[in-house]
Design a protein around this ligand. Sequence first.
Ligand code: GAL
Length: 377
Amino acid sequence: MKVLSFVIISILVCLSAKSQGNNLTIKSGEVWPDTDGKHINAHGGGILYYNGTYYWFGEARLPRGEKERTKQGVSCYSSKDLLTWKNEGIALAVIMDTTSLLQPGCVIERPKVIYNKKTRKFVMWFHHELKGEGYKAALTGAAVSETITGPYKYLQSLRPNAGIWPVNMSEEQQKTGSKEGELKSWSDEWRQAVKNGMFVRRDFQGGQMSRDMTLFVDKDGKAWHIHSAEENMTLHFSELTDDYLSFTGKYYRVLPGESNEAPAILYKNRKYYLFSSGTTGWKPNPGRLAVSGKITGDYTPLGNPCRGTDEENKTTFGSQSTYILKVEGKKDLTIFMADRWKPENLSDSRHIWLPLVWENGNPVLKWKSEWKPDEYK
Ligand code: GAL
């Protein structure tokens, strides 16, 4: 009898410890403990659903400010219910070699992973800046793995589409126009010149800049690498090759001269929705939404999708978009994932997860301080 009560009590103690350690509801903006009780260290990230499990990839950050560059790499967490997350360790690690572009001290941001059905490989792309060069390099890096949690093998970093014009840039824009330095930055003429492709021409030979980025696999299996290019003034939608490991050279300029970053795509009701932010660094700004019938555009701006107080709308509820997750088997649940950055301690940046609300056929964002996926069909 004594033994039995001991066993029962032990089980109860274990169960209660487990449920206390877990975050059983989603509480945006609060510390979100993983199964070890530590705040989930996966920032600027995205989620891949594979074989009944969600895998969350993000920036593994130090408990310090941005001057302390990447020392670890990309983290991975797994969950079956989107509430309880297990740390799967570092999926892509920095390389301990001072001749490697991926050496500690470089910057690895906004990693995204997609699965290639043909090659059966997991492909990761991320914004990559070089050690000691601030945000100047504007590269995108690729890594690959046969298992979802890694370790991912680093392949290359590059500026895409060198020597190739965007599909939607006219011959006139390719040949003529002002050069950087001829016009006063931010003047009306300068803005017009940017819209007309001044930076595309400047970067034609060396490849186009790639900073904030996301990946999107369309229904035909083609993958698009969507990145802030042209000094963050224009988004480029660049097609990846069938193995997702490089660029085909087909690319489109989207919302030229509109300064979008933090892109995230949702395909729903035959429409492509592009969520993004303005360019104010770690400081949040009003969110943006645009819609198109095709992945590559033209995108029509729908304005700020936030429906909160003035202050919440001005700051996207104190956050910046990173990914849109359609939840498997729940037609009514799509999650807007965002980061509430803490530049003085990036690892403590908070996760903002809001279920999309539909208004006149388009998604909008409303604050929800605590909720569960179970509440949705
Ligand atoms: C933001 C960007 C972040 C990070 C930050 C650095 O605009 O979205 O991912 O790069 O700038 O200041």
